[in-house]
Design a protein around this ligand. Structure first.
Ligand code: HEM
Length: 407
């Protein structure tokens, strides 16, 4: 290798390194804006595969250990002390997937699965992404566009349709505001909601799900409540699930898609991403790497149901395990679409095992829709630039409050 080759290699490495610094700089701001104390505290433990933190639980920061926990359904559960069920069952009722286990959980997933096949979600996103129409035209005409409300309305409209809520612009905005009110009550360091928070959340949820009762009573197969009725679940249980889907399915996408655009921009790959074909493997890797870097749901909780050892830490029934997904995923190194993720990390941002994200195909279809809506800008030979961004403060799902782009 000549001196010039070494200098050139160092230059390339510097560009990659600078891009990565830029990606992480902004992502850190997003995370710290949402959780100014819990995030740095949990990240400080990132070099320990598992460690017991009094008052919090056993904190897991290693991908292989996390995957082992999520796959061990005899030893770890989403029901029990310190689990998501403790947080959500008082508000949503007992039958909303994320607080179920065993045969009932599997039966409900099977019943809902047809709503989330790649072809179902493609059809749904194709007809319900009206807010994206004209996005490229606006940008090419020189307008500045804040992507956060654009993505929020698309994600909200799809979920509202899926659960039988009104999906006109105003109705969607109202549903999202209410869902955010409920999610906003949750803090990472608290195990549950106070009695008055539960009462408030139930009132909000009752109002939110009211329009979905018709979908349950009609019993059609194209909505979540209709399919739950088919399975013999009560109207009350179905209305809980309406809330659960609005909570899980909107903020995650609203958080991630603007961050994907920002990460690709900060890494210097946004133009190539927008010009790439949907079948391009590199494009898929960019989206995966952005998911691995952003990790829209930064932690997963489990309650211990049988004695186990978690990376050398003994756990007993009643203990809580806090899987810090963000540390597990970030441990695989900086954003780099040219290197495949290690098997333990692959798709961990969508979970693993029986609770693996049901909405993943819908999330991926929405990501494709937004990239497709921005693609004409690249096709016209123009670049998309992020010109202003503000992080959302004290929210459960880290996100930008605004991400303004121009062409
Ligand atoms: C980028 C977007 C998304 C991310 C990163 C994400 C992430 C996750 C993760 C990590 C889990 C597993 C939690 C655990 O095991 O404790 C999960 C479960 C779930 N997600 Fe998603 N999600 C996303 C979008 C969506 C969408 C659009 C929906 C829409 C309907 C959805 C519905 C669900 C449901 C219903 C579950 C519970 C599944 C079960 O317990 O069986 N998610 N998600």
């Amino acid at each position: 290798m000549s001196v010039e080759d070494v200098a050139r290699a160092a230059q390339v490495a510097q560009v990659v390194c600078d891009a990565d610094d830029e990606v992480l700089f902004h992502e850190e701001r997003v995370q710290r804006g949402a959780h100014p104390f819990a995030y740095p505290a949990l990240r400080a433990l990132r070099n320990r595969a598992a460690v017991r933190v009094p008052g919090l639980g056993v904190v897991v920061s290693d991908a292989a250990t996390a995957r082992a926990v999520l796959l061990d359904t005899e030893g770890f559960s989403k029901v029990g002390p310190g689990s998501p069920a403790e947080l959500w069952t008082p508000v949503l009722g007992p039958s909303v997937l994320l607080n179920m286990e065993g045969a009932e959980h599997a039966a409900l997933r099977r019943t809902l699965a047809p709503l989330f096949t790649p072809s179902s979600v493609r059809a749904l996103t194709a007809t319900r992404s009206a807010r994206l129409d004209g996005l490229a035209e606006q940008l090419l005409a020189g307008e500045r566009v804040d992507l956060v409300p654009v993505v929020g309305e698309m994600a909200g409209s799809l979920i509202c349709h899926l659960v039988g809520l009104g999906d006109t612009g105003d109705a969607v905005r109202e549903q999202l505001r209410r869902a955010q009110e409920i999610v906003g009550l949750v803090r990472l360091h608290r195990r549950g909601l106070t009695r008055s928070q539960v009462a408030r959340a139930r009132t909000v949820l009752d109002e939110l799900s009211e329009p979905a009762r018709a979908a349950y009573r009609d019993g059609g197969t194209d909505t979540v409540p209709g399919r739950m009725r088919e399975l013999g679940l009560s109207e009350r249980e179905a209305m809980g699930a309406v809330g659960a889907f609005v909570l899980t399915g909107t903020e995650t996408v609203q958080s991630f898609v603007p961050r994907l655009v920002a990460i690709a921009h900060d890494a210097g790959v946004l133009d190539r991403l927008l010009a790439s074909a949907t079948t391009d493997r590199w494009r898929g890797r960019v989206v995966e790497e952005a998911l691995r870097t952003a990790v829209p749901t930064p932690v997963m909780l489990r309650s211990v149901t049988a004695e186990r050892e978690v990376a050398g830490v003994r756990v007993r029934p009643g203990d809580r395990v806090v899987v810090v997904t963000i540390s597990c995923c970030r441990g695989a190194g900086p954003f780099d679409p040219s290197v495949d993720s290690a098997p333990a990390v692959r798709q961990l941002w969508f979970g693993a095992g029986p609770h693996f994200c049901l909405g993943m195909p819908l999330a991926m279809a929405q990501i494709d829709s937004v990239l497709a809506a921005l693609a004409p800008v690249a096709a016209a030979g123009r670049s998309v630039h992020v010109v202003r961004r503000t992080v959302a403060r004290r929210v459960l799902i880290p996100a930008y409050r605004e991400l303004v782009v121009t062409a």
